[in-house]
Write a protein that binds this ligand. Structure first.
Ligand code: SF4
Ligand code: SF4
Length: 334
């Protein structure tokens, strides 16, 4: 190998150090690999030294181990060799921003209150919302949901809609298809409490899942595990500065209370008495939770997964502590 070459990580491959171990996030291929902390400083400074400089700074055995590690990173497409490392600057994550006032929302449809869903969706779309989850813990038949959503159809076209509904007997796949044809914005429909597990793709973009998981209320949310990790450019950049669950989120709980998330106690008012737009624009405190990034959270700030992990501020032992429903210990690495 030409020893004047510099080993260098691809710009989209970012090392993140934790208390016990580190990872390299590949934000382009949306994956990550583990890395022992002893190698973190070497990986973090790749591009500063050529192979010949590594050779002169180390004994032969260490150099050969390093070289082998570089080749393995190259083989897995995390690294390449170049004569001109300065031509490949690091990505600047300080400038992440989003044009939406609200980017995501959760609406729990309960039986105790009725409100105008069309007006809410209109407000969400006008504030730039791109993702909406509608949940129902009690039986809500598709025809009733369709009736409530039909006038908002035109506004929904710019939103990704996920539905979490209680399974009920007699809900045929043909009815689901009919419903999905009416609302092409739907990405997923999950039927909870189904008593069986099944998965369908009813079109190229709509997935239907039946799960035995019983969801009786909002407390099912907030679990943290590696299935929820998102190693992509947008999430990584956003998570460095902002809260990975609550940033630009608004929610209406099953009782019609406007909140940061349905599981939280604090309400900004009833949806039948004030609009979500009014809350977002006129109550500065509504945004306070948005800025609680992982770097401000005890334990999470020492975790190698902090920029790809989701967060939860609803179930906590302490306001600035890691989510109570996370069982990972970054100090032990397990
Ligand atoms: S400690 Fe924090 S960052 Fe790490 S996995 Fe748990 S919640 Fe995510
Ligand atoms: S804060 Fe927790 S409970 Fe609320 S939406 Fe986020 S993960 Fe779910």
């Amino acid at each position: 190998m030409n020893e004047s070459l510099y080993p260098l990580l691809y710009s989209s491959c970012i090392p993140v150090k934790g208390a016990n171990k580190s990872i390299i996030c590949d934000l382009q291929n949306q994956c990550y690999i583990h890395l022992p902390n002893e190698l973190y400083d070497i990986v973090d400074t790749l591009g500063e030294y050529s192979l010949s400089q590594y050779r002169s700074a180390n004994d032969l055995e260490t150099y050969l181990l390093l070289e082998k590690y570089f080749f393995s990173l190259e083989e897995n497409r995390f690294l390449f060799f170049t004569h001109t490392p300065k031509m490949f600057p690091k990505l600047d994550f300080e400038r992440w921003d989003c044009p939406s006032l609200i980017s995501n929302a959760v609406i729990d449809l309960g039986t105790s209150i009725q409100f105008n869903l069309e007006n809410v969706i209109d407000d969400l779309v006008n504030m730039g919302c791109q993702y909406l989850q509608i949940r129902s813990f009690d039986t809500l038949v598709l025809s009733d949901l369709s009736y409530r959503l039909i006038n908002a159809r035109i506004h929904l076209k710019d939103i990704n809609l996920d539905l979490i509904l209680k399974y009920y007997q007699g809900c045929k796949i043909s009815q689901i298809k009919e419903f999905a044809d009416l609302f092409p914005c739907i990405s997923t429909i999950t039927f909870h409490s189904a008593g069986f597990e099944k998965f369908y793709e009813i079109s190229s973009h709509i997935k239907v899942t039946y799960t035995k998981t019983v969801i009786i209320d909002e407390t099912h949310c907030g679990k943290i595990n590696s299935e929820h990790f998102r190693a992509n450019m947008t999430a990584f950049a956003e998570n460095r500065e902002w809260n990975s669950c609550l940033n630009r989120k608004i929610a209406i709980d099953k009782n019609g209370q406007i909140k940061n998330c349905p599981s939280m106690e604090f309400s900004y008012g009833l949806i039948t008495e004030r609009s979500i737009r009014e809350v977002v624009l006129n109550i500065p405190e509504f945004r306070d939770l948005w800025r609680i990034s992982k770097d401000k959270i005890q334990v999470c700030r020492d975790c190698e997964y902090r920029y790809i992990c989701s967060d939860c501020r609803a179930y906590l032992e302490d306001p600035l502590m890691k989510p109570a429903k996370c069982s990972y210990n970054p100090y032990q690495g397990e």
